[in-house]
Design a protein around this ligand. Structure first.
Ligand code: AFP
Length: 333
């Protein structure tokens, strides 16, 4: 017997679209394509150790980081599937220097797809949680092949954003601007099933998440904030516990569910920080804001930043409303 409350991603997006008569239905097609690509990536993430796919390719990506085989595979799967279905006019990946055009002979659609194919890839060999992060924008160019300008849009213009975590189970979390919904993959029926409806991030939490090994490179206000989190004060729930995986998608997913704050601040020498605006900060900021939280670079709301470069980096402070508010008070003194 199939329980009536079983809702797949496709059914969920169709039901959401029914509430908005202006929706063309094209978007549900794009989401099904993303789901298919993700199932293929999840399948290979799960059997990584078995098929000898682990290990490095020997090359470096545009950021000078070592690229693993699984990164390349995830990048290729997303491009090959999404580039050919007629929903997109251009793609951009954290792993590629320039925009990715639609393959010759395939139609151009109205959406733009930006993605980090496998975030946290340095964790692959240790079997720790990794993920895929994506962002969808509507094209601003008139027609034909999409352009760089289509990719360089403010985060507040995203029509959809989400991520997939390949953890103890595989989970697909997305928002189209009407709340955040999470789906857990059921391998027995090959579907993502609605498991977390309308997720809300707790305003206050008990964890902070930051690479504290960088402490001595931070500006004094950042150091003061982290020191404050570790002081003992019952009334404000301190000290906070520290949780850090080094896989942004996993650290933010935990923060979304349990509350708290994640930070990747800039350093004195590198004030722009490490994380990428378009492939990491912006999509996660949309998810967290839709769940009632906040995301900032310390001064500006992440979703208000106008990107100038495909691989632009930004400091990221993201989490519950109260938490981010407190952090900002420290960072703006
Ligand atoms: P990789 O995908 O190359 O592993 O990068 C992961 C990441 O961009 C992000 O997911 C982490 O939060 C961050 O780097 C971790 O960086 P540190 O190792 O400097 O803490």
């Amino acid at each position: 017997m199939i329980p009536t409350q079983v809702i797949t991603i496709s059914r969920h997006i169709m039901e959401q679209e029914r509430k908005y008569p202006e929706a063309s239905g094209e978007f549900s097609g794009l989401l099904s394509d993303i789901t298919l690509a993700v199932k293929l990536i999840a399948r290979d993430v799960r059997k990584a150790g078995l098929v000898n796919i682990l290990g490095l390719t020997g090359s470096e990506n545009v950021h000078g980081e070592r690229v693993t085989k699984l990164d390349e595979y995830a990048n290729r799967v997303l491009y090959d599937i999404l580039g050919r279905t007629g929903h997109l006019c251009v793609l951009a990946s954290e792993e590629a220097h320039s925009i990715l055009t639609i393959p010759e002979g395939y139609p151009h659609g109205k959406y733009v797809f930006l993605f980090d194919p496998l975030d946290g890839s340095s964790n692959i060999d240790a079997n720790a949680t990794i993920g895929t992060i994506f962002s969808v924008q509507k094209r601003i160019s008139a027609g034909g092949p999409g352009t760089l300008e289509d990719c360089l849009q403010q985060g507040s213009r995203q029509v959809c954003a989400g991520y997939i975590v390949y953890g103890s189970s595989t989970m697909f979390v997305y928002t189209t601007g009407h709340g955040v919904h999470g789906f857990t993959y059921d391998p027995t029926c090959g579907e993502f099933l609605l498991s977390h409806e309308d997720i809300k991030i707790p305003e206050k939490g008990k964890y902070y998440s930051v690479n504290e090994g960088n402490y001595h490179s931070w500006a004094d206000d950042t150091k003061k904030y982290i020191d404050w989190l570790k002081e003992t004060d019952k009334a404000t729930g301190r000290p906070y516990g520290l949780r850090y995986i080094g896989s942004l998608v996993a650290d933010v997913h935990r923060t979304l569910l349990y509350g708290g704050i994640f930070l990747y601040p800039g350093s004195v020498k590198k004030p722009e920080g490490k994380l990428r605006l378009l492939y990491e900060a912006s999509p996660l900021a949309m998810v967290i804001e839709q769940a009632g939280g906040e995301a900032t670079d310390g001064k500006t709301r992440i979703l208000d930043i106008i990107p100038k470069d495909l691989h632009q980096r930004t400091p990221l402070i993201i989490g519950g409303k109260d938490e981010v508010g407190t952090a900002q008070r420290f960072l703006n003194t």
